[in-house]
Design a protein around this ligand. Structure first.
Ligand code: HEM
Ligand code: MTE
Ligand code: MO
Length: 399
């Protein structure tokens, strides 16, 4: 055996780096084991590339709904679409962890290839792009996971950095795939476990490694997806929200945390509605006296969990019509909550006029609990939970 000479065996392929010098300490494997191979790296790489693409698209959807530019339009139906896109985002996000680990394992000796002047700038640039890629994807996974666990050990604002880094991660994946395309194509055109160089000790087979990666992704996916799929709730071993809470729905922020316990219970409570230049106020009793409708709608939190509720209350469009003349603009909802950043939201016209959009007074057959937004809250179809403002104080049409 010649431990200082890594052999690429049948995987040498078109890769320009042949028999490079490795900067690995003695005692650590300096070999390309058969499991650690282009065959494995190409296949896990494609799965990761597909994952990052899904994450980029679903993440941008979530961003655009929350910060809509003029050109953006998001439908009110199907009511479960955001539940699906964001549930997918977080589930696929978690499935990336085992895939990324196997991918890194399959290529790790390459991180220790001695830089060589002969291979020059292109190789240096390629290695830099791989460093950016790994850094960005790791960053997304860590910040995303911490966010779903509502754990913020850093000072910067999660969403802004996670959003900015999404372009870096997606861009780096695209560049990496473009650079590696010839190698990937060749790897895919050959059998996974082709006969290997006698010089290389046989260890774990590539098929086993790939099966482990796939199984790992499926198991982690199942352990998370239950927070979005009701009949899989019991599988949610890794989901931070159990799906339980008062009236069958979890609560992110309680009335006590939002410091609205007193104002929400006050006998003087009234909802102000400003529309078409007119201002009207409604007590909770007056809202109850208006025609009541039912809506089966999910709360779909940006953190990935979601839960379906049977809401009842006044249709927003009815309430606006009673209060004044609705001019067809967006509508702002302001909470009794004065601290924090979730005290208001804006509802686009498509959702304002939708029959499913309610000023909810009841949930699953009971009066809304204080923590779910008593005296009344907004519940609109196909929206992130963060925009379903609780403890409403004012509703106003904006330009
Ligand atoms: C390469 C991987 C990823 C990409 C490209 C990506 C991309 C994005 C983008 C563009 C957003 C929208 C941010 C905004 O509203 O401005 C987002 C939101 C989010 N992502 Fe990811 N993401 C990735 C991985 C993950 C992972 C692994 C998780 C968790 C396990 C995760 C959890 C979240 C959460 C919870 C949000 C909602 C944030 C909020 O609106 O408060 N992401 N992601
Ligand atoms: N005023 C106010 N409304 C709010 C919030 C908040 O913190 N304050 N949290 C939002 C978030 S992030 C979600 S997911 C939903 C959760 O609603 P629930 O507590 O009834 O399940 O409420 C939304 N409405
Ligand atoms: Mo949320």
């Amino acid at each position: 055996m010649s431990p200082s000479r890594p052999t690429e065996a049948a995987d040498a392929g078109p890769d320009p780096i042949e028999r490079p010098e490795l900067l690995l300490p003695e005692g650590l494997s300096r070999r390309w084991s058969p499991g650690r191979s282009t065959a494995v790296a190409a296949r896990t790489g494609l799965a990761l590339g597909a994952g990052v693409t899904i994450l980029f698209v679903t993440g941008l959807i979530s961003h655009l709904i929350q910060h809509p530019p003029d050109w953006f339009w998001w439908p009110a139906h199907p009511v479960w679409l955001y539940r699906l896109t964001q549930g997918t985002h977080v589930t696929v996000g978690v499935m990336m962890i085992p895939l990324l680990l196997v991918k890194l394992w399959s290529v790790y000796p390459r991180f220790f290839i001695k830089p060589s002047l002969r291979r020059g700038l292109p190789e240096a640039l390629e290695r830099l792009s791989v460093a950016v890629l790994i850094g960005a994807v790791l960053f997304q996974i860590v910040t995303g996971l911490f966010n779903t666990a509502q754990y913020y050990p850093w000072k910067f604002f999660f969403t802004t950095t996670h959003h900015a880094m999404a372009y870096v991660a997606f861009g780096a994946v695209a560049v990496h795939l473009a650079v590696k395309l010839p190698v990937v194509r060749q790897a895919l055109s050959r059998p996974v476990d082709e006969p290997i160089d006698e010089e290389v000790p046989h260890g774990i087979s590539r098929r086993t490694v790939l099966a482990a990666a796939g199984l790992g992704a499926v198991v982690t996916g199942i352990a998370v997806v239950g927070q979005s799929v009701p009949f899989l709730r019991w599988t949610s071993l890794l989901a931070p929200r159990s799906g339980e809470g008062p009236q069958g729905i979890p609560i992110n922020r309680t009335a006590a945390a939002a410091a609205v316990t007193e104002t929400a219970r006050s006998p003087q409570y009234a909802l102000t509605v400003k529309v078409g230049g007119r201002e009207s106020v409604f007590s909770r009793a007056e809202l109850e006296a208006l025609p009541q409708y039912d809506s089966a709608l999910p709360i779909a939190c940006v953190e990935g969990w979601s839960a379906q509720g049977r809401w009842s209350g006044v249709r927003l469009r009815d309430l606006l019509a009673r209060a004044g003349e609705y001019g067809g603009g967006d509508v702002r909802f302001v909470s009794l909550e004065t601290t924090g950043i979730y005290g208001s939201s804006v509802l686009p016209h498509t959702h304002v006029v939708d029959a499913a959009t309610l000023i909810a007074l009841r949930l699953n057959g009971e009066d809304l609990s204080l923590d779910h937004g008593y005296p009344c809250r907004l519940i609109a179809p196909n929206r992130p939970g963060v925009l379903q403002t609780k403890w409403l104080k004012t509703i106003e049409e904006i330009a």
